[in-house]
Design a protein around this ligand. Structure first.
Ligand code: GLY
Ligand code: MN
Length: 359
């Protein structure tokens, strides 16, 4: 972690970075640099400082639960005034780095008032990039998250009953995943049946799932803080030949995109290859990005790329998820997770070659 902090400060002019958790959301960087579980420690500050140990500033409520670590110091503040006093004393340098992606405007205003003479810079992208290349330990956790998700999918035949709603199936899957060791969902589980599957980010609903329907399930869990993100297609009956064909074409688009993965290669090319194939064979442009980075967040760096040049580095973890959507037929998206390596990639999950029939 020390090296990561050093690398971070070599890229920016700030001497201190202020990271903060809030009551209703946490900054993944807090967890990344402290290894303290991200869902707790609300309203705590983490100061990353150039050539100095990181410092956690927290209330007494949280302080008692923070274990000793050689990676950080801990100061407990008993009041808001004390928080401010410690911040004033411990923030070093003239420039302060902030993760502006996750800083509410009101908090920024308060910080600006507290540090009238200092300059603030946005370090959100540098932080994301620092987290993008994963260590072996992190990769193991993502791999485990993928394994739990795949194991849960393998139980779907047992969990599914004709007439159950999308929400009921989603709940059954979540419960099963937790039995297998998932600590949480990585994002609200998408169960989209029949025509609902034509909406890429369908809100899982109380629609009943019938016989002979297609089901698209986009499902990711968290394991020790790290996310998986897989999309699989099922059919509640014998799959029509037309759907089988569509599935193999989307799978082909995915295979073409995979060929563009590897150290030094360009993620944008993966988008282009899949997009070209889908346009040529299914007369449809890729409606969303080809994928996104994966880590402590389900949409981690690189993200929101939409075909922009994005050189890949060994150690990055990302998804490939081409999809075809048709209001009459439904939607087919297939999503797997990949580790970028020097020679290419390692699959962390593996979509089946055919639509799985669950009745
Ligand atoms: N699996 C949800 C998403 O990638 O947007
Ligand atoms: Mn995804």
């Amino acid at each position: 972690m020390k090296n990561k902090i050093k690398e971070l400060f070599s890229e920016i002019k700030a001497e201190t970075i202020i990271i903060r958790n809030y009551s209703n959301f946490s900054d993944p960087n807090f967890f990344y640099f402290t290894q303290l579980y991200r869902e707790k420690y609300e309203n705590n500050f983490l100061l990353l400082r150039k050539n100095k140990k990181a410092l956690i500033i927290c209330s007494a409520l949280e302080g008692a639960g923070i274990p000793f670590s050689k990676n950080y110091l801990v100061r407990i503040a008993k009041s808001r005034k004390e928080f401010e006093k410690i911040l004033k004393k411990e923030v070093k340098g003239k420039i302060i780095g902030l993760n502006l992606d996750l800083t509410p405007v009101n908090s920024l205003k308060k910080l600006k008032k507290l540090f009238k003479r200092k300059k603030f810079i946005d370090v959100s992208l540098v932080l994301q990039k620092t987290r993008a290349v994963k260590t072996e330990k992190e990769i193991k956790k993502i791999r485990q998250a993928c394994e739990i998700t795949e194991k849960t999918f393998s139980k779907i035949k047992k969990l599914f009953k004709v007439g159950m709603t999308e929400l009921e199936l989603a709940t059954a899957l979540e419960f099963q995943a937790k039995k297998f060791g998932a600590e949480d969902l990585a994002f609200p589980l998408i169960v989209a049946s029949g025509k609902n599957s034509a909406v890429p980010h369908h809100n899982t609903s109380d629609k009943k799932i019938r016989k002979n329907e297609l089901i698209l399930i986009d499902f990711g869990i968290k394991y020790k803080g790290y996310c998986s993100d897989l999309t699989r297609i099922f059919f509640t009956g014998k799959t029509p030949v037309k759907l089988d064909k569509l599935y193999s074409q989307v799978l082909e688009a995915k295979t073409l995109a995979e060929k563009e993965l590897g150290q030094g290669k360009d993620y944008a090319k993966a988008f282009e290859k899949a997009d070209y194939f889908l346009q040529k064979n299914l007369k449809q442009k890729l409606m969303h990005d080809i994928g996104h980075g994966l880590g402590l967040e389900v949409h981690d760096f690189p993200k929101k790329n939409f075909g922009k040049k994005m050189p890949l580095k060994a150690g990055m973890v990302l998804t490939i998820e081409p999809g075809y959507y048709n209001k009459k037929i439904g939607g087919i998206r297939i999503e797997d997770d990949y580790l970028i390596t020097k020679k290419g990639f390692r699959k962390l999950s593996n979509a089946p070659k055919k639509i799985a029939e669950i009745l």
